[in-house]
Ligand binder design. Structure first.
Ligand code: MN
Length: 487
């Protein structure tokens, strides 16, 4: 889908034809200039002066599949009662860009004509009131439209709105159920579909095995050639690599046939398969598919959505699991990994394909997997949990580091990080909020984007960052619990 955003500029008839022509000309120029630097085109649609013009463009936006959201701005004063009918019908994400055409006040030239043409400062306040009065979900970005921070925030909001669109069409393919007895990976799939749009359904592992048996040697050869080009082969066990290729091709065929962008499996249900998909799941994630281990469909769909929200539509985001801590004199760290399935988009260098024994699950043969160290840099971890009656999205800021130990006997990819505000407070906050051991780790999606996404999807959002304390978080969660029960 080639997504775009629509630019709707508010005005009224009061100022005369000439002012309206200037507003329209400038709005077109701004959309064109911004489109050169934004990740998606911003298409100027209309200088709206009537209730009907606004209702019409909203109706059109709601129906246009490629329109991922609208951006509004009031160059002049635009009385907001004429926006009510349109806004009441709006189903797409909305960003109010509070800006103005000129950067500075022209000292000598400023007169009443200038004031009538350039009055966003009060036009945008009238516009903001109706958003507040109608309790609208919206993003407000204030600043000069040519300034880089404004453009970057608008760009990130666009990616987030695309994440909302991707969510509303998300289909998850489940092979097997959740891992036995595990609570946090459970959830209300009906509620998830109502709120987030996700279609989460199950397919038989036996059907996957049938599909695997139908994969040709030529198909396997072609995918192994791709592996060889992208990764270092650090095993003599080519049969294991070929087996993973066969698994990847079969899973992908089944997902593509159903239009699924994410999948789950479980080591407890691999009947007819020799190996848990490791390299296969990792390479599918590299292609942009979501994955969740142990039947965790929530983290799988979230992985696909964060990938779509990242740089270039397939960012550095992947399925992650908190494994073990390092409480050292050299600092406190979390070590994240998974049994096999860590996305190579998180890798600092070229991943190696290795084969090792895997004791957990029903692996008849040693599965091939990619082994690497994660990149250093700021990142987030995100967990979606079902609180019973509502979904809660928890996002924590982290600082990834080059792993401080080589860990030569660890047979899986690993990422090491420091949680914010610090490891122990961060862990206490995470556990207080009920965050899962499974997360999506992302280097290029920000906490602000996740907050905006939660807002677009109308779910609870909890952010743990550099200023979070356990005491304040407990109060926030208590009040949020009451507020969400009243809704
Ligand atoms: Mn796991």
């Amino acid at each position: 889908m080639k997504y775009e955003f629509w630019f709707v500029v508010g005005s009224q008839f009061l100022y005369g034809e000439e002012v309206l022509e200037t507003v329209a000309k400038r709005a077109g120029e701004m959309a064109e200039e911004l489109s050169k630097v934004l990740p998606f085109p911003l298409v100027y649609k209309v200088t709206a002066k009537t209730n009907k013009e606004i209702s019409d463009v909203v109706r059109e936006a709601n129906y246009a599949e490629n329109c991922a959201g609208i951006v509004t701005w009031c160059h002049t004063f635009s009385p907001s009662k004429m926006w009510i009918n349109g806004f009441a019908a709006l189903q797409k994400p909305w960003c109010h860009l509070a800006t103005q055409y000129n950067r500075q006040i022209p000292n000598e030239e400023i007169d009443m004509d200038f004031m009538n043409l350039n009055q966003a400062a009060h036009g945008d306040r009238e516009h903001g009131f109706i958003g507040a009065r109608m309790r609208m979900k919206r993003k407000i970005i204030a600043g000069y439209w040519k300034d880089t921070p404004v453009r970057e925030r608008l760009g990130r909001w666009m990616r987030t709105a695309v994440g909302a669109a991707v969510s509303r069409s998300m289909k998850v393919m489940r092979f097997g159920d959740n891992m036995r007895e595990v609570a946090v990976t459970e959830g209300d799939k009906v509620e998830a579909q109502i709120k987030l749009g996700w279609q989460v359904n199950t397919w038989a592992v036996g059907d996957l095995v049938k599909e695997m048996n139908a994969v040709t040697e030529a198909e396997v050869d072609a995918l192994v050639a791709e592996y060889t080009a992208a990764y270092d082969i650090a095993t003599d066990n080519t049969a294991a690599i070929r087996y993973q290729a066969r698994e990847e091709i079969a899973i992908r065929k089944m997902m593509d046939a159903e239009g699924c962008k994410a999948f789950t499996n479980t080591f407890q249900d691999l009947y007819g398969m020799e190996q848990l998909p490791g390299l296969a799941s990792q390479h599918l994630m590299a292609r942009g598919y979501g994955y969740g281990g142990e039947g965790d469909w929530k983290v799988s769909a979230m992985t696909a959505i964060l990938k779509a929200m990242g740089e270039g539509g397939n960012g550095a985001s992947g399925f992650m699991e908190d494994y073990t801590y390092h409480f050292g004199e050299d600092g406190n760290y979390s070590l994240g990994a998974h049994m096999l399935e860590v996305c190579p988009s998180l890798a600092a260098g070229k991943p190696r394909i290795e084969t090792h024994h895997l004791g957990i699950g029903m692996n008849e043969k040693d599965p091939a997997r990619l082994v690497f160290e994660g990149k250093a840099g700021p990142a987030i971890v995100v967990s979606l949990i079902d609180m019973g009656g509502r979904l809660r999205l928890i996002c924590q800021d982290i600082r990834c580091v080059k792993p401080i130990l080589p860990m030569p006997n660890l047979p899986v990819a690993r990422v090491m990080w420091q949680a914010l505000p610090d490891l122990t407070t961060g862990v206490e906050c995470w556990i207080t909020a009920g965050g899962a051991h499974h997360t999506v780790l992302s280097y290029d999606v920000t906490a602000e984007q996740m907050k905006d996404w939660a807002n677009m999807m109308d779910i609870e959002f909890v952010h743990i960052g550099k200023d979070t304390t356990v005491e304040q978080l407990e109060k926030d969660l208590f009040l949020a619990d009451l507020a969400w029960k009243l809704r």
